[in-house]
Design a protein around this ligand. Structure first.
Ligand code: ZN
Length: 141
């Protein structure tokens, strides 16, 4: 199985920034099983402060996207107005800079899409660029 290959697993987890939950679901495994292999191969887990390379990369891209395309007030799936929206990657965690590959979702919708929320975004009223919000509101109408 692919996940028993160190290079593959490291690439999925770090370069492609996929979670152990995501990888596990591909093989109908529990996330614990993937974490076992990560540990066995000595692959550092995210949140490990000694290893930040690609995590920093995805943070940079998320920050760039949020700056360029500020979130709307409402979840783009269920339409509920939420104080906090999560930037969801729709392309299997390939961190592109194409906003069409992302959606701002509430906690519930993000969980449905991705299994768990990765990037919390606190909506700060009055700090957003109105034309960008209009851009978002008018999307898909
Ligand atoms: Zn929602």
């Amino acid at each position: 199985m692919a996940y028993k290959n160190k290079d593959w697993l490291q690439d999925q987890y770090w370069n492609k920034n996929r979670s152990s939950i995501k990888i596990a679901s591909e093989f109908s495994l529990t996330p614990q099983a993937i974490r076992y292999w990560l540990r066995k191969f000595g692959i550092p887990r995210r949140g490990d402060s000694t290893f930040k390379g690609d995590k920093a990369k995805s943070h940079t891209i998320h920050a760039w996207l949020r700056n360029k395309y500020p979130p709307p007030e409402e979840c783009q799936d269920c339409g509920k107005i939420k104080p906090r929206l999560y930037l969801a990657n729709l392309k299997n965690h390939k961190y592109t800079r194409n906003i069409e590959d992302y959606k701002y979702l509430c906690f519930d919708c993000h969980q449905k899409l991705d299994g768990y929320p990765i990037k919390p975004y606190r909506f700060k009223k009055g700090k957003e660029n109105i034309s960008n919000i209009d851009h978002w509101r008018n999307r898909g109408k």
